[in-house]
Design a binder for this molecule. Structure first.
Ligand code: TXA
Ligand code: MG
Length: 318
């Protein structure tokens, strides 16, 4: 395993490794991805193995441009095309009818494929160098905290990955928003583009983001427990008594919690985007302290706050 600063030489080696069937971790504007060439079923199978990810949970396929998208998706309905036009390259994933060349392991046997055109320069340079779509889920162990730095990837997946391209901290810090269209526009996952921004473009979305209990979710991505730190985390409405704070860490949107062993403030200025960018980074930091628990203040459920609140809710399920 090597962690390489993502310069031209490193990107060329990573592309060569992908072409030869390896898995490579790379930065995107949302979180780090663990990638394999999307048409290489054997390499994609290795992603599931490295992440210990159940094969019922399909991957996102990354494309460089609309031409590459046409090799992945059979059809782009008009509303999807509008969103692509408005938000790509960017943190939006569109679920589309898949082309038969995309192996079933990528889509968990579904007839649809989730596709995204990333904006991060390293992800784009890698796609251009490989010349093939790259299937990549987040580069963490299944169910654990998402990686927003190369160090997060190294700590979780370490020796299992051949190359980790280090492109610094990911600017947005939470995963892409996922929208499906069949039969009507439906929000599948809250993410780095606010629901309101998408609705401003194409009108109301059905909401299919509610977590589903049990081991066989009806739709992928609705897992009740996800994004979990090792330290138990709970969402609090108000601060616990002072003597209950010393063994714990506090994560909040604003300042103002005293007496905790550690605390992180997502955005002192109350800015959603700043809060989202720091969310996983701060959880990684607080988790590393090995305290008894993390108290997370409830986040307002609108704009990007909805994406943070969703992740907090799933992280706090035990
Ligand atoms: O920002 C992101 O989306 C990051 C970066 C690396 O691009 N990727 C990411 O992938 O978050 P991952 O594997 O952690 O999440 C992929 C999710 C699945 O859990 C599932 O919910 C949804 O995408 N998905 C994939 N294919 C789907 C399909 N055909 N139908 C419905 N949902 C799908
Ligand atoms: Mg993930």
């Amino acid at each position: 395993m090597s962690v390489l600063r993502a310069d031209t030489v490193a990107i060329a080696s990573a592309a060569a490794a992908l072409g030869a069937g390896a898995c490579v971790a790379f930065p995107t504007e949302t979180v780090y991805g663990l990638g394999a060439v999307a048409f290489d079923a054997r390499a994609v199978a290795r992603i599931f193995e490295i992440k210990a990810r159940p094969t019922f949970d399909p991957l996102i396929v990354h494309v460089l441009d609309m031409e590459m998208l046409a090799r992945v998706a059979r059809d782009v309905p008009p509303l999807a095309a509008r969103l692509a036009q408005r938000f790509w390259p960017g943190a939006l994933t569109l679920v589309l009818a898949k082309r038969p060349e995309i192996p079933g392991i990528v889509t968990s046997g579904l007839e649809s494929v989730a596709a995204r055109m990333p904006a991060h320069p390293v992800a784009r340079a890698l796609l251009a160098a490989v010349g093939q779509p790259i299937a990549a889920p987040s580069a963490n162990s299944f169910g654990r905290l998402s990686p927003t730095s190369a160090e997060h990837v190294r700590a979780q997946l370490g020796e299992l990955v051949e190359i980790i391209l280090d492109g610094g901290a990911t600017p947005l810090g939470i995963e892409s928003t996922i929208v499906a269209f069949d039969p009507v526009p439906t929000l599948l996952r809250h993410g780095a583009i606010a629901r309101e921004a998408i609705e401003a473009e194409i009108g109301p979305l059905l909401d299919a983001t509610a977590p589903v209990d049990g081991s066989t979710p009806q739709a992928p991505g609705q897992l009740l427990q996800h994004y979990a730190p090792q330290t138990p985390i709970r969402v609090i409405e108000s601060l616990p008594p002072r003597d209950r704070r010393a063994d714990a860490a506090y994560l909040g949107f604003h300042e103002g919690a005293e007496g905790y062993a550690a605390q992180r403030v997502l955005s002192p200025a109350g800015n959603d985007a700043e809060a989202a960018a720091h969310f996983f980074e701060y959880l990684h930091e607080l988790d590393a302290l090995g305290l008894e628990r993390i108290d997370a203040a409830r986040v307002p459920n609108r704009g990007l706050g909805a994406a943070i609140a969703d992740r907090l809710a799933r992280a706090s399920v035990r």
